[in-house]
Design a protein around this ligand. Structure first.
Ligand code: CMP
Length: 140
């Protein structure tokens, strides 16, 4: 079993599609090990996305991610990192395949509804960013 960190981003929470996205998570065979509703500060969003700090979109990205509540999720499944990235679809929803979450729920490359870790090392950092050991439900 592998774990990944997913986020239902502020655009999707504001659009009222948290329940729809969670039902897609469950239908795809992920076990939700932890979940919460958080409104990140700008500083916290900058910390979460520190790997992108040199990118031209860093300020916009962290302003958006601190613009309203979001729902981080700790997901577990076989091959969870790749499976969640496949379910999300391409970062830019204009390139996202039919049937993916970003095709259905994203607006543009910034307001793209969901986030997912891109490697085991990133997943470890991102999971620890949001969840302590006590937040994580150890079994079904
Ligand atoms: P996410 O998977 O959360 O990881 C970094 C985010 O930066 C990405 O989704 C996009 O929402 C956002 N972003 C904004 N502009 C760009 C861009 N030009 N290229 C890549 N990511 C971008």
């Amino acid at each position: 079993m592998e774990r990944t960190l997913a986020i239902i981003k502020p655009d999707a929470v504001a659009a009222g599609v948290v329940g729809k996205i969670l039902s897609r998570v469950e239908a795809a065979g992920f076990t939700i090990r932890a979940l919460k509703l958080v409104h990140l500060s700008k500083r916290q969003a900058e910390g979460f996305y520190q790997v992108h700090r040199e990118r031209p979109f860093f300020q916009d990205l962290t302003t958006f991610m601190s613009s309203g509540p979001a729902v981080p999720l700790l997901l577990e499944r076989e091959n969870a990192i790749a499976a969640w990235r496949e379910l999300m679809g391409a970062t830019n929803p204009a390139q996202a395949a039919e049937g993916t979450l970003r095709k259905e729920f994203a607006t543009d490359i910034e307001k793209n509804a969901v986030h997912g870790s891109d490697s085991p090392a990133t997943a470890a950092y991102e999971i620890a960013f949001f969840f302590s050991a006590l937040d994580v439900c150890p079994r079904d």
